[in-house]
Design a protein around this ligand. Structure first.
Ligand code: AMP
Ligand code: GLY
Length: 408
């Protein structure tokens, strides 16, 4: 029986985790933020809890799950071995190939010449990625071969991404709508949550620079149970199996970033955690006891059934002026309680700090996200918009078209 859960992290995803876990358990969040109830500054290794849920990739890649398990804790989140799926794109791609999972054809390189020569074996869309973690910014997708070659040089020289770029993965560009599928894994078995789609570009109509994510919606029209089953059977389960062969007991969230290509779904990448902001739509739709579900995965005996609401959810991120390049911080945030008073609306806090009189000020690029739930996608969009109308801070920007595209 899980009575006390510790969530590690400080973003909107962790707020959503804390909120949904809080339906059945006491929750502490470390370090959390000024907008997440139960936030404590105590390091996770010093927190007492029946279950630890690690939100972001950096502590996972850094081995926090291993350290907590060594202390005897029950942990939802892979060890450093499994987290290499996100920590090294080369390792991830090699594992996918070994597991026979459909993905873009690729090569990995530490030298400029063979990397540039590999471009000529690709079609007319080129992708250049840093091998290491680059906070979601290490990927170039371009139809311009010269730009791709220049990017290879900048990454390998260490000029653009430091050590993370000293090895690059070069791959063929794929086309099609994207899809995020989160699987809760217990080392052997996996359960898919509601499929979601996020919007990474800063501006309406998917224009402007890439961000950590400006909004998301779930479920995705046109993505039926059969497609999710195909993703599980052709990607997630073979990946888990291959991880076991390599000695990795993967207990945590496996996030399959997919492209729905004309030849079927292909894996763009794996992340070793829930997505942010997708968690802010997927988790609120869950009716099952999340603490019990994640504990069962952490114990290696996943509960086989999920109860999910038939509703739809849309979340819209409110971003600080200057985000993603250089967000301005320190502005007063207004209207959070008023937004929460709207029916079917939740507000999840991310880049916020303590403000005057118990209020909040902006403290990061993605300040908060407003989730609306409704009987269909348009109703959920309308709810999110109703919540959003109350939120304001100087220079705030938010997309108005989250969930408006109907591509399947
Ligand atoms: P990643 O950090 O690997 O998720 O890549 C960020 C984004 O780059 C993805 O969400 C895709 O939109 C795009 N991307 C990555 N790899 C490819 C590819 N092989 N073909 C087309 N787009 C890609
Ligand atoms: N929403 C994209 C991510 O969490 O990486």
């Amino acid at each position: 029986m899980v009575t006390r859960v510790c969530v590690v992290g400080s973003g909107g995803r962790e707020h959503a985790l804390a909120d949904v876990l809080g339906r059945s358990a006491e929750v502490v969040v470390t370090p959390g933020n000024a907008g997440i109830p139960g936030s404590v500054p105590t390091p996770p290794e010093e927190v007492e809890a029946d279950l630890f849920v690690i939100g972001p990739e950096v502590p996972l890649v850094d081995g926090l799950a291993d350290r907590l398990r060594a202390q005897g804790a029950l942990v939802f989140g892979p060890g450093a071995d499994g987290a290499r799926l996100e920590g090294s794109k080369r390792w991830m791609k090699d594992l996918l190939v070994a597991a026979g999972v459909p993905t873009a054809r690729h090569g990995s390189f530490t030298e400029v010449e063979p990397a540039v020569a590999f471009l000529d074996t690709l079609g007319d869309l080129f992708v250049v990625k840093t091998d290491g973690l680059a906070a979601g910014k290490g990927v170039l997708v371009t139809g311009d071969r010269a730009e791709a070659a220049e990017d290879i040089r900048a990454k390998l020289s260490g000029a653009s991404f430091g050590e993370a770029g000293r090895r690059v993965v070069v791959e063929e560009g794929m086309t099609g709508p994207e899809l995020s599928v989160f699987a809760v894994c217990d080392g052997t078995e996996a359960l898919a949550l509601t499929p979601a789609r996020d919007h990474k570009r800063v501006g309406d109509g998917d224009v402007g620079p890439n961000t950590g994510g400006m909004g998301a919606y779930a479920p995705v029209p046109g993505v039926d149970a059969e497609l999710v089953l195909e993703v599980m059977e052709r990607a997630v389960l073979p990946t888990l199996h291959r991880l076991r062969v390599e000695g990795v007991d993967y207990r945590g969230a496996l996030y399959a970033g997919l492209m729905l290509t004309p030849e079927g779904p292909k894996v763009i990448e794996y992340n070793v955690r829930f997505g942010d902001p997708e968690a802010q739509v997927v988790l609120p739709l869950l009716r099952s006891d999340l603490a019990d579900l994640l504990a069962s995965a952490a114990e290696g005996s996943l509960r086989p059934v999920l109860d999910v609401s038939p509703e739809h959810a849309v979340t819209v991120v409110c971003a600080a002026p200057g985000y993603p390049a250089a967000p301005r911080v320190g502005d007063l945030v207004d209207g959070v309680e008023e937004a929460r008073a709207e029916p079917g609306v939740q507000v999840f806090c991310a880049g916020v700090g303590p403000g005057p009189e118990g209020g909040l000020v902006t403290a990061g690029g993605r300040v908060l996200s407003v989730t609306g739930r409704g009987q269909d996608l348009p109703a959920a969009r309308e709810r999110a918009a109703a919540g959003l109308r109350h939120i304001s801070f100087p220079g705030m920007h938010a997309r108005s078209d989250i969930g408006a595209d109907r591509r399947g």
